[in-house]
Ligand binder design. Structure first.
Ligand code: SF4
Length: 236
């Protein structure tokens, strides 16, 4: 849900961005799709990561790309072969959509994966999140890519009392847009970093505020810290 108007930058945004980027430089995982800016490879990884954990995707990612190294190879492959190479990863509709996407890119975009969010979003199987992710991770654009992990971090850090409706989702996209650094490697790193924080520290199961690098810039983390300090004072 991209922003409709110019949103306000939340308090602590610069500190949040700075601390998050510094943490990611030291602790971000070295994942194969983070070593490339090839839009086809980024797209393959994004399709595989939908509904599947990172640890399971790595092996399939290499196998699939060995079988179909370019968008042209995938576009002209037999559908049965595509399914074979996807076998074990589940949710085969993703593989079918990925092949339809490859065929559309070859037929309508001269084999070049678009760099504009709107054009990416119009491709088969590409929602707003994936469109933002490809624009950011392949083309280093300063566009938000808000998946479940990112939405959770933004909610806890900046909007702890926000609802769960479409308006709230729009607000989270707006906040993500205000936090982004300028286009280039930092915009790429920011989107990777906030996803990584949601995957490793600020998880759905538990918010590990005590070891979180952005705690001092996070509404929930600051509130929890005050509570802890209050408890400690009462126990003294
Ligand atoms: S301080 Fe806690 S709630 Fe805030 S981002 Fe970190 S883990 Fe999440």
């Amino acid at each position: 849900m991209p922003p409709k108007s110019t949103p306000k930058t939340p308090p602590h945004a610069p500190a949040f961005r700075r601390k998050l980027l510094a943490w990611f430089r030291r602790h971000g995982r070295d994942l194969p799709w983070r070593r490339t800016r090839d839009p086809y490879r980024v797209l393959v990884s994004e399709f595989m990561l939908q509904q599947t954990q990172v640890s399971r995707v790595e092996g399939f990612y290499h196998r699939f790309l060995a079988a179909f190294p370019t968008v042209h190879h995938l576009a002209r492959a037999r559908p049965g072969r595509v399914r074979e190479e996807w076998d074990g990863l589940g949710y085969y509709r993703r593989a079918a959509n990925l092949q339809r996407l490859a065929q559309t890119v070859v037929a309508e975009h001269d084999g070049r994966i678009p760099d504009e969010v709107a054009k990416l979003n119009a491709l088969p199987g590409v929602g707003l999140y994936t469109a933002g992710a490809v624009a950011s991770f392949a083309y280093e654009q300063a566009v938000p890519a808000v998946d479940t992990n990112v939405a959770r971090v933004l909610r806890r850090a900046f909007h702890p009392r926000i609802g769960v409706d479409a308006k709230a989702a729009r607000r989270l996209w707006e906040t993500a847009a205000t936090l982004l650094p300028r286009p280039g490697p930092s915009a790429w790193a920011f989107n990777q970093a906030i996803m990584e924080l949601g995957a490793l520290i600020c998880t759905a199961r538990i918010a590990r505020c005590g070891e979180c690098p952005v705690r001092s810039a996070c509404s929930t983390g600051r509130r929890e810290k005050k509570r802890e300090e209050g408890r400690e004072r009462r126990e003294e």
